[in-house]
Design a protein around this ligand. Structure first.
Ligand SMILES: Cc1cc2nc3c(=O)[nH]c(=O)nc-3n(C[C@H](O)[C@H](O)[C@H](O)COP(=O)(O)O)c2cc1C
Length: 192
C-alpha cells in the first residue's frame, strides 16, 4: 500500500515535520510504502494561469510530486492551525493537483495546535477541499493539541489514536480500490 504524507508547514524545524515523521514510522511498521512530501523543502510556487505562451513555474515544480501522488493509494495531511485556518501552501496543493491525483482515495487529517486549537483546519479541509480533488477524508481525524509537548511514549491515550488512524487509513485505502475502478473521471472530473 503506497501512502504519501504531506507535511503542511513551510517553517523550519516545524512541529508538522516532527509529527509527519512519527506517522512515517507507524505506517512503515504496518508495511505501507511511505513517501514524505515536506512543504518546507518543496517550496512549491502558487498556482498561476497559463497565458500567451507563459508557462507558470508551478508546472515544472509540481511534476514529480504529481507522479508520487498519482501512485499513492492514501494520504496523511499533517496541517498546523494558522490564524484559525489551513495554511495557504496546503490549499495550494489542491489547485496544483488538477489531474485526479487524489480522486477517490482516502485522506487522514491530522491537525496541530500549540495551544487548544486545531479544530478549524479539520472543518476547513472537510468542507472546502474535496469538490474537484475528490479526496475522501476518513472520519477518524486526529487533533494534536499542545503539540510541542506531545511525546508518543508518554501520552499513550493520544498515541493509540494515532495508531488507530493509521490502521483505518490503510483499510480505507484497500476498500476504495473498487470505487476507483468504476469512477468516471473524464465525464465527471469536477464536482458540483
Ligand atoms: C502564523 C501562525 C498562526 C498561528 N495561528 C494559530 C491559531 O490560530 N490557532 C492555534 O491553535 N495555533 C496557532 N498557531 C500555532 C501553531 O498551530 C503551532 O505553532 C504549530 O506548531 C505550528 O505548526 P508548525 O510548527 O508545523 O508550523 C499559529 C502559528 C503560526 C506560525
Amino acid at each position: 500500500m503506497k501512502i504519501s504524507i504531506i507535511s503542511g508547514s513551510n517553517r523550519k524545524n516545524s512541529q508538522s515535520i516532527k509529527i509527519s515523521k512519527i506517522y512515517f514510522e507507524k505506517l512503515n511498521r504496518l508495511d505501507a510504502s511511505v513517501s514524505l512530501i515536506n512543504l518546507e523543502k518543496e517550496r512549491l510556487p502558487f498556482w498561476e494561469d497559463d497565458y500567451e505562451g507563459y508557462i507558470p513555474p508551478h508546472k515544472e515544480a509540481f511534476k514529480n510530486i504529481s507522479i508520487k501522488l498519482h501512485e499513492s493509494e492514501g494520504f496523511v495531511f499533517v496541517v498546523p492551525e494558522w490564524g484559525g485556518m489551513v495554511p495557504s501552501q496546503v490549499k495550494n496543493i489542491f489547485l496544483l493537483a488538477s489531474n485526479n491525483e487524489f480522486a477517490h482515495k482516502p485522506g487522514l487529517i491530522v491537525t496541530l495546535s500549540e495551544s487548544l486549537g486545531g479544530s478549524y483546519p479539520v472543518v476547513e479541509l472537510r468542507s472546502f477541499s474535496y469538490k474537484n480533488t475528490k479526496i475522501c477524508w476518513i472520519p477518524d481525524h486526529v487533533i494534536i493539541r499542545k503539540v510541542k509537548e506531545f511525546d508518543p511514549d508518554k501520552d499513550l491515550r493520544l498515541n493509540s489514536r494515532l495508531d488507530y488512524s493509521c490502521k483505518m487509513l490503510l483499510e480505507y485505502s484497500r476498500a476504495l480500490v473498487s470505487v476507483r475502478n468504476v469512477a468516471d473521471l473524464k465525464t465527471f472530473k469536477n464536482g458540483m
